[in-house]
Design a protein around this ligand. Structure first.
Ligand code: XMP
Length: 527
């Protein structure tokens, strides 16, 4: 029986959402994340979304993102005036602000120069609801060419900068707010407060969307959906599939079978670590199948040196192994996928982003397993929220805060042919590197770091002997979105210690190098 409290909570959860309408800006996901940081559920929709759909969603507020176009050009993304007349508060950011003015009868122009970067912002109406708590002068982040030349009827100017007479404007009685700069970006000193003000003070959200409720509701929904059906999950040991598996296990116990394929390209001891958590001696009620497919992979990879060919072989072999295991289980009712919200948005199903990542498989059903339906329990969450859900579910921190590790594993961290001997070398070197980084506390400050095995052999001397051995490359990068990255500053002493340990402890390695290349022009991985 649901308590009255529970029913009420569900009603709030269903009702209270803010939507972000995406006009192709680079910060669209960031806007949604900031809203969620206010404990308000937020989703991203394309500007092509029908007004009827928006009415049906009945959001408490609407935020229009930036975008690369000029709103007065005929083919530019736009939205009908009706959106601004629904009686729902609207906040337009950058292009969204210009569009609001353009549609509502103001004027947008292209000045001689644009405005980019940190800019001093002066408030003209400090009593504005969105600027509560912000001082008269502060720093904001500008990135625009066009600007608002004249506000629409009913609007007043609420902030300006030296080059931008209308840095913000509002029509308070109609709940319409326009901000030319980017409050979602951390460089805008009071940006977080401004977005929170809009969501809480203007839209009147109560901020009830919390991870514990989300987890509880998801478990209940999964239980209702699955009934007494059988569920299959491909578990990689990565954050997303681990959190999904635990959520399922809490919901339906051993109706869930997790297949973990050890392709022999995992980091040192990783297979055993995953088994320790999810296997029979572990913490969860589920069927765990570990497939030790190392030899199969090494045989397939023998003699292959081209990076894409290696990726393809590793991917295809995974499907084959998984398929074989699935056949042994027979028909399953549901297949679990660890899809997360950025995958959904980037696949073009949510917002306007043009990046399509086919490997995410969003919306497409793999045809190699016989099942009826797919379950994607993390589909609505950003990565940091998946981690929060993981902690809420009691998953060990080591797993929850695990660094990204590519599907093809060490296969793409060994340049050239993959052999069992080379796998061993890179595993040992990587374990030493990670151990020393942990000791130095760098695991908390650096985004991703690992060792790779170059295909270079060179002459060295150890003891009195000449060696002709391999070189290990160490990589450490800081990144926000993994689309760009810069090499991280690792203290010299740490690098020296790691170098000396690798050369001494790992057979057939006689040199260690540190890669200083950023992305671009490099990539994070080596292949
Ligand atoms: P790159 O090397 O493209 O990596 O700069 C960006 C991020 O993605 C990870 N990565 C992969 N993840 N399959 C994956 O699941 C892959 O083939 C793959 N390649 C790279 C990489 O570790 C980094 O975090």
């Amino acid at each position: 029986m649901k308590t009255n409290e529970k029913v009420k909570e569900e009603a709030i959860l269903k009702k209270e959402r803010v939507i972000v309408i995406d006009f192709g800006g680079q910060y669209n996901q960031l806007v949604a994340r900031r809203v969620r940081e206010c404990n308000v559920y937020c989703e991203i929709y394309s500007y092509k979304t029908d007004i009827e759909k928006i009415k049906e969603l009945n959001p408490k507020g609407i935020i229009l993102t930036g975008g690369p176009n000029s709103c007065y050009e005929p083919d530019s993304p736009t939205y009908s005036r009706e959106l601004f007349e629904l009686g729902i508060p609207v906040l337009g950011l950058c292009y969204g602000a210009q569009l609001m003015m353009h549609v509502m009868g103001g004027k947008v122009e292209t000045p001689e120069v644009g405005e980019y970067g940190k800019t001093e912002l002066h408030l003209d109406k400090s009593a504005s609801k969105v600027f509560e708590g912000a001082p008269e002068t502060s720093i904001c982040w500008m990135s625009h060419f066009d600007r608002i030349a004249k506000v629409a009827p009913g609007f007043e100017i609420t902030a300006h900068t030296a080059d931008c007479p209308v840095a913000a404007a509002e029509n308070e009685s109609d709940g319409l707010y326009a901000i030319q700069f980017h409050p979602e970006v951390l460089h805008t000193r009071y940006g977080k407060e401004m977005l929170s003000n809009f969501v809480m003070n203007v839209c009147g959200c109560s901020g009830d969307w919390r991870m514990d409720t989300f987890v509880e509701d998801s478990i209940r929904e999964i239980r209702e959906k699955v009934g007494d059906g059988k569920v299959l999950c491909a578990l990689s040991g990565g954050v997303d599939s681990s959190v999904a598996a635990v959520m399922l296990s809490k919901a339906i116990g051993n109706q869930l079978t997790c297949v973990f394929v050890d392709h022999g390209l995992l980091r040192k001891d990783e297979g055993d670590e995953v088994e320790a958590v999810f296997g029979p001696q572990g913490n969860y009620d589920l069927n765990f199948i570990r497939v030790n497919a190392q030899e199969r992979y090494y045989t397939k990879l023998a003699g292959v040196t081209e990076p894409e060919a290696k990726r393809k072989i590793i991917g295809e072999e995974f499907i084959r192994v998984f398929e074989e295991e699935a056949k042994k289980i027979g028909t399953v009712d549901f297949l679990v996928q660890g899809t997360i919200y950025p995958d959904v948005v980037e696949s073009g199903l949510g917002g306007e982003s043009t990046v399509i990542k086919s490997h995410h498989n969003v919306g497409g059903l793999p045809d190699f397993v016989d099942f009826k339906e797919i379950i994607e329990p993390l589909r609505d969450l950003f990565k940091d929220e998946v981690r929060k859900a993981g902690l809420e579910l009691g998953i060990p921190e080591k797993l929850v805060f695990r660094q990204p590790f590519p599907g093809p594993g060490l296969g793409i961290r060994i340049i050239g042919e993959v052999t069992p001997e080379k796998v061993k070398m890179v595993q040992e070197a990587d374990a030493i590197y990670r151990e020393e980084m942990d000791k130095a506390g760098m695991n908390k400050t650096v985004g991703q770091y690992f060792a790779a095995l170059t295909n270079m052999r060179s002459v060295g001397v150890m003891g009195d002997e000449r060696t002709y051995d391999y070189a290990i490359a160490l990589r450490a990068v800081n990144t926000i979105d993994f689309m760009t990255a810069e090499s991280a500053e690792v203290p010299w002493e740490v690098l020296q210690k790691v170098t000396s340990r690798i050369v001494n402890e790992v057979s057939h390695v006689n040199r260690v190098m540190y890669d200083l290349t950023g992305k671009p022009p490099g990539t994070i991985e080596f292949e």
